[in-house]
Design a protein around this ligand. Structure first.
Ligand code: 6CM
Length: 247
């Protein structure tokens, strides 16, 4: 049976059985595992990564990459947040109930399929960037726990016969995103809002799916990604204030 929207609550500490029997499971498991592993690998010393935004604990890197003139720059960001857990961060990133409150590039969002409490398929349209055509995306989203007080959300493009690409005004873009978070606190102490620190690794690769001017796209990314990560992090801090901590 499909899960209802209300069932999607805090990320479960173990994989939901309903996900493991779904046809997308092998792909979801493989890509999530790869993405979470790569997320915590550093960029320091690796050739090609250029720092393009830095503010407080936040660092954002990109690797310039073009295929047939289309910008595919992989992006990697590191950040730290105090007082909220990895599980809480991933809850607000995964759960569609909050998305319009922190995602400013979004125009519409629909749940195409509710696979399980930890996996959903979304169709989203984004605000149009002049002079390019408007974009949409269809992707699965999966949240899971990993060792060392880690939780991560992986989003990856998929297909669905009811949502054909490039059929209306939108050009379909393709996305692979991973938000991986790890919580730590001083040895010998009990975790609390006063002593936990969560390290965030956010990776994103967007294939625009069709022509878009490289300069405009890079300018949009340079402005929008730092804005997103700061806004989202502050949003979670605000939401969690005065709520009991969940690790
Ligand atoms: O990761 C983010 N959001 C997730 C939930 O919505 C999800 C979204 C992925 C789509 C990322 C697409 C970025 C493109 C935005 C610009 C508009 C597209 C026009 C491009 C063609 C000219 O993983 C946060 C995403 C933050 C993006 C700045």
């Amino acid at each position: 049976a499909e899960v209802t929207r209300d069932e999607v609550e805090l990320p479960p500490p173990a994989i939901d059985n309903r996900l493991t029997v779904h046809s997308l499971w092998p792909e979801i498991d493989r890509i999530s595992t790869e993405q979470i592993q790569a997320a915590f690998e550093g960029v320091g010393g690796q050739i090609g990564w250029q720092l393009f935004a830095e503010e407080g604990d936040m660092r954002m890197y990109r690797r310039e990459m073009e295929i047939d003139g289309m910008v595919m720059d992989p992006l990697k960001a590191m950040h730290k947040v105090h007082g909220v857990s990895a599980r809480e961060m991933c809850h607000y990133f995964f759960n569609p109930r909050y998305r319009y409150e922190w995602e400013t590039t979004l125009e519409t969002m629909n749940i195409v399929e509710a696979i399980s409490t930890d996996a959903l398929v979304f169709h989203q349209t984004f605000k149009r960037i002049w002079p390019a055509s408007q974009r949409d995306a269809l992707f699965w989203s999966h949240v899971r726990a990993a060792p060392h007080h880690t939780y991560a959300v992986t989003n990856h493009s998929t297909t669905n016969a009811d949502y054909p690409s490039n059929s209306g005004a939108c050009i379909r873009l393709f996305v692979t995103v991973c938000l991986a978070c790890r919580t730590a606190w001083p040895a010998g102490e009990a975790p609390s809002r006063d002593n936990i620190t969560t390290s965030i690794a956010y990776c994103s690769t967007v294939n625009p799916g069709g022509w878009a001017p490289a300069g405009v796209l890079r300018a949009v990314y340079k402005r929008e990604y730092p804005k997103f990560l700061k806004r989202f992090t502050n949003y979670v801090v605000e939401q969690c204030r005065d709520k009991p901590l969940v690790i």
